[in-house]
Design a protein around this ligand. Structure first.
Ligand code: C2E
Ligand code: MG
Ligand code: MG
Ligand code: MG
Length: 288
């Protein structure tokens, strides 16, 4: 039992002590299985990217696509990133997975550009562990070079909570990335604890208003006020604004009237495999 407790504590990937309890066994077995599978998933090529359009609020033209990670698990089916990214962060494999995402998203944007279709930019979500890693800067540079992309074609999305966790360090990491010429965006804005003093120091180009405020803005005056205020803040700071989770025409109209620059949500398109978009744009499918 002592061994089991040790193993469990180690497997949790943290330095804190955890005590083995029989009633946790079922949960632990499930978790250990998921851990084992996740460690193998990259080599087994079980990851894939879906892409969701980002459009200009003014006229609906396609501005970018956001790459969203999917895990095709052999037994469980498609696993949501919300269910495995926190685990990958704990296990220390998010950096390898994130490196694959970055390379694959760049490869896809380059393929679309060669075919003369698709967006100008691709958005990639970056975990706080990647942001803090010394390898990210070089890897971004290599991916752009390998696929012949201009740095301006890449948008790195960092969540507000990640950026603000250690703001001084984030500012340094983001400055180095910005020096490469890539675009930086703060994701899920409004859900973290932003210090406005730090926000103005971040070398970012856009704010992504979190979906939770957009969802009820037609019914909830407070949410509508938060959306309007955030969009005004972005404008004042000279940043572009992106609203996530736009599902209705009413939301679209409100956000456009409030000066939102870019929109993303099921109203314009769901996250879909690259081939879906390639076919929709009428280009020859790219070899994969
Ligand atoms: P996010 O970056 O804020 O992505 C937006 C999420 O909202 C996506 O969920 C997307 O499918 C969903 N969404 C977009 N439009 C709508 C809409 O109109 N209605 C509703 N109900 N949902 C909408 P998804 O794909 O499940 O991703 C969840 C989160 O997982 C992402 O949130 C992001 O934080 C993280 N994630 C995804 N891919 C990666 C990745 O490659 N690396 C890292 N580190 N995180 C990732
Ligand atoms: Mg995002
Ligand atoms: Mg987001
Ligand atoms: Mg969000």
């Amino acid at each position: 039992q002592a061994d089991a407790a040790m193993y469990h504590a180690k497997a949790s990937g943290r330095n804190n002590t955890q005590f083995y309890r029989p009633e946790f066994t079922a949960l632990s077995t499930e978790r250990l299985e998921l851990e084992r599978d996740l460690r193998l998933a990259l080599a087994a090529q079980q990851f894939t990217l879906h892409y969701q359009p980002v459009v200009a609020a003014a006229d609906g033209t396609l501005e970018g696509m956001e790459a969203l990670l999917r895990w095709q698990h052999p037994q469980r089916g498609l696993v949501s990133p919300l269910d495995f990214i926190p685990l990958a962060e704990e296990l220390g494999c998010i950096e390898a997975i994130g490196a694959w995402v970055l390379d694959e998203a760049c490869r896809q944007l380059a393929a679309w550009r060669r075919a003369g279709v698709g967006p100008r930019r691709i958005g990639v979500n970056v975990s706080v562990h990647q942001l803090r890693s010394a390898a990210l800067h070089g890897h971004v540079q290599q991916c752009l070079q390998r696929h012949g992309l201009p740095a301006d074609g890449l948008v790195l999305e960092i969540t507000e909570s990640a950026a603000m966790a250690q703001p001084e360090q984030s500012i340094r990491c983001l400055q180095a990335l910005r020096a490469l010429g890539v675009n930086l965006s703060i994701d899920d804005f409004g859900t973290g604890y932003s210090s406005l003093a730090y926000l103005k120091l971040l070398p970012i180009q856009s704010l992504k208003l979190d979906r939770s405020f957009v969802r009820d803005l037609e019914r909830d005056d407070n949410d509508a006020a938060i959306c309007a205020a955030t969009l005004a803040l972005a404008r004042t700071l000279g940043l572009r604004s992106v609203a996530e989770g736009v599902e209705t025409e009413g939301q679209r109209r409100f956000l456009e009237a409030q000066g939102c620059t870019l929109l993303q949500g099921y109203l314009f398109g769901r996250p879909e495999p690259a081939a879906h978009w390639t076919a929709q744009w009428g280009a020859a499918p790219n070899p994969t």
